[in-house]
Design a binder for this molecule. Structure first.
Ligand code: 13P
Ligand code: SF4
Length: 329
């Protein structure tokens, strides 16, 4: 039997749901019971009733599942940490708050919002301050809700997402530590970014437009604002999928997001906005062999602690509050 068949056999025998994010390798993605973007996965997994969840994605996604469904045992074949989520911890969060306070803005005048790409501890800190989580699919709604509080938004960790949503809402943004005026900003951004989406640039848009004058440009909001400004469509992973799948077959489109996902979207007329292969290295860490080993360890009752997600009670309590505020919206 090959590895794929072994995995399917184990999956049938065990009380397990196999979950994969859209950025996973094709061979892993194909075997999953549930696929989706980060928001869809968080919601769909909450409604499953298996004891085990084997989650193929990056660390913060598995943590979110564990926080929302603590009764489940959440295993990740590779606990790979998203490069952006790794750019912020509670220490950096506090340091940034201090800089904001030094600019004369008090904590009671700030509402923190964290992109779901952050650790449970950062989510918990945000929850304690009355803030909430967002994903790229719902950031618009969450930021709009946050602004109703009359406070300035402190948006962590992705500065591009913060700046792009500020622009689309006709608001002013600033980035902590880059010399921009924090007092004038409605949205104050932490200076984090996605190393994959930073690879897309305006020169590549110009190149494709020159080569194919009718081509459409679709990008993820983790791209630099200069790239988003020049695009025809800016949307989250699922929004990009819907947009591209609904295009007429002969319409060319060039896409600025992770390679694995773009590659499986459409047979023809779909290009990647880069001369390199922009795969997310952490998403790509999970292989069929890792998935097999994790399922086998469930069968043999020999689960490695390194594969299992644990979140301490206090962190989980506050992070859950921040996540639930998102689900309410
Ligand atoms: P989605 O929320 O669109 O799934 O994105 C997660 C992510 O890591 C994008 O780089
Ligand atoms: Fe993180 Fe970027 Fe990979 Fe998404 S693509 S998981 S933001 S490093």
């Amino acid at each position: 039997m090959n590895l794929k068949e072994e995995i399917l056999k184990l999956k049938n025998e065990l009380d397990v749901t196999l979950v994969a994010h859209f950025y996973q390798r094709d061979e892993v993605f194909e075997l999953a019971d549930i696929t989706g973007d980060s928001l869809e996965l968080a919601k769909k997994v909450m409604n499953t009733n298996t004891k085990f969840v084997v989650f193929c994605g990056v660390g913060f996604m598995g943590e979110s599942v564990k926080i929302m469904s603590p009764q489940k045992r959440v295993l990740m074949p590779r606990i790979a940490c998203c490069a952006m989520a790794r750019m912020i911890d509670e220490g950096y969060f506090e340091q940034n708050l201090k800089i904001i306070n030094e600019a004369g803005i008090k904590n009671e005048d700030i509402l923190p919002i964290t992109y779901i790409n952050s650790s449970a501890r950062v989510k918990a800190r945000v929850g304690m301050m009355g803030g909430m989580v967002c994903t790229s699919s719902n950031a618009y709604k969450i930021i709009e809700k946050g602004l109703k509080s009359g406070k300035k938004i402190f948006f962590v960790p992705d500065r591009c997402l913060g700046q792009n949503f500020a622009k689309s809402l006709n608001l002013k943004s600033a980035v902590v530590g880059d010399g921009t005026n924090l007092n004038e900003a409605d949205i104050i951004c932490y200076n984090g970014f996605c190393s994959v989406h930073q690879q897309f640039n305006v020169d590549d848009i110009d190149f494709y437009r020159e080569k194919y004058p009718d081509i459409l440009v679709a990008v993820h909001p983790e791209c630099d604002p200069k790239v988003c400004d020049k695009a025809d469509f800016v949307g989250s992973t699922s929004q990009l999928i819907t947009y591209i799948k609904n295009l007429p077959v002969d319409q060319k489109v060039v896409v600025g997001t992770e390679f694995n996902m773009v590659n499986r979207l459409r047979e023809k007329n779909t290009y990647i906005l880069s001369s390199t292969k922009p795969e997310c290295p952490t998403m790509n860490e999970t292989t069929l062999e890792h998935v097999y080993n994790t399922l086998k360890s469930i069968k043999d009752d020999n689960i490695s602690k390194e594969c299992e997600i644990f979140v301490d009670e206090d962190t989980a309590k506050w992070a859950k509050i921040a996540l639930e505020r998102m689900f309410e919206v």
